[in-house]
Design a protein around this ligand. Structure first.
Ligand code: CUA
Length: 361
């Protein structure tokens, strides 16, 4: 310490560089608060269960701040008041203080008991809804989500619509490995385990579009296994249900009609490659009945493709159908010939297929 005192210029240099360091470390944190992703944290709860989790978080945070303040305060007082000064005699040597040690063992244990009780209460509160309006089966698979509205004849991919102010129960299923279902603003995350029926519920407070994601490492495209939840007022939700339950529009003309014939007829493109959508996909009211890939019945009305990662517009759809591996490497949609080698469809064919898909609203 003597070195710092004898040269004030060094001391100010030291504090300036440490200030800069603190600023540099804090900057990413500050900037991260500016992004739209800050809307999608558990600290911006948009549901009944979300508020319950948020409340617990703030209680824990408050307790941590108080405890940290106490501990840091005691350390600082000890450092400042009891610092050894030049010429001080050797301090009294003690072996311990039983009463003090019992006290500082019991005090943290009591804090932990309080936190345990609060956590268990919260877990019970958010695990069971009080009356459920609808049940949706969410099936995680590499690397997308299927949402099946039980008893409603609606199956969507990576986009869940729910009515505001009503309890929605989610049954979580996995087709392959362990995934994690998490909509940060709506409820805590829950593992999606093959052969184990986990569940979750939430009741959205307000209309909005909320991001969801897979939170369990599940392979190459884990980071691109996202989805959205669209919370809508009851009337708007009912209109969406009606639209989803109706067959997709059947009056395709022009490019869309040519695309329809290629897709439904499983025809060959200009290079003799098979338009094999029929092998994996389902479109209600057509001869496409496979359940390997997402249900495409109303794909034209969805906001994203590629599991919530790419906006559903013409350019992206063309890129996707042309070569999905360019958009989302390692995803499982590949055109394979009888020798098992991948092939790409020609540009004209891709444009027609895209026009058809966009007409499926
Ligand atoms: Cu599915 Cu990570």
């Amino acid at each position: 310490m003597r070195g710092f005192r004898s040269k004030p210029s060094q001391s100010s240099k030291f504090s300036r560089s440490s200030l800069l360091l603190v600023f540099a470390l804090a900057l990413p944190l500050l900037l991260s608060a500016c992004g739209s992703s800050s809307l999608h944290t558990p600290l911006n709860p948009q549901s009944d269960a979300g508020h319950t989790v948020d409340r617990l978080w703030w209680i824990m945070f408050g307790m941590s701040v108080v405890i940290e303040g106490l501990v840091a305060g005691v350390v600082i007082v000890a450092l400042v008041r009891f610092r050894r000064k030049p010429g001080d005699p050797e301090p009294v040597q003690i072996t311990g203080n039983t009463r003090l040690e019992i006290a500082w063992t019991i005090a943290p244990a009591m804090v932990l008991v309080v936190l345990l009780v609060l956590t268990l209460t919260t877990m019970v509160n958010i695990s069971e809804p009080k009356g459920t309006t609808m049940r949706i089966t969410a099936t995680g698979q590499q690397w997308w989500w299927e949402f099946d509205y039980q008893g409603m004849n609606i199956v969507t991919g990576n986009e869940m619509h729910i009515p505001v102010g009503e309890n929605v129960h989610i049954d979580l299923r996995s087709k392959d490995v362990i995934h994690g279902f998490w909509v940060p603003v709506l409820n805590g995350k829950r593992d999606v385990i093959p052969g184990h029926n986990n569940q979750l519920w939430f009741r959205a407070d307000n209309p909005g579009t909320f991001r969801g994601e897979c939170t369990e490492f599940c392979g190459a495209e884990h980071a691109n296994m996202n989805f959205i939840v669209v919370a809508q007022p009851r009337a708007e939700f009912d209109a969406w249900v009606k639209q989803q339950q109706a067959p997709p529009v059947s009056d395709q003309t022009g490019l869309a009609a040519e695309g329809r014939d290629l897709v439904q007829g499983a025809k060959l493109d200009a290079n003799g490659n098979l338009v094999s959508c029929i092998a994996c996909h389902m479109i209600d009211g057509t001869n496409l009945k496979a359940k390997v890939g997402p249900n495409l019945t109303h794909v034209g009305s969805r906001q994203y493709i590629a599991a919530g990662t790419v906006p559903n517009d013409t350019d992206n759809l063309i890129r996707w159908i042309h070569n999905t591996q360019d958009v989302k490497p390692d995803n499982k949609m590949v055109f394979l010939n009888s020798q098992g080698s991948p092939y790409l469809l020609d540009d004209d064919t891709v444009r027609k297929i895209v026009a058809y898909l966009q007409s499926l609203k």
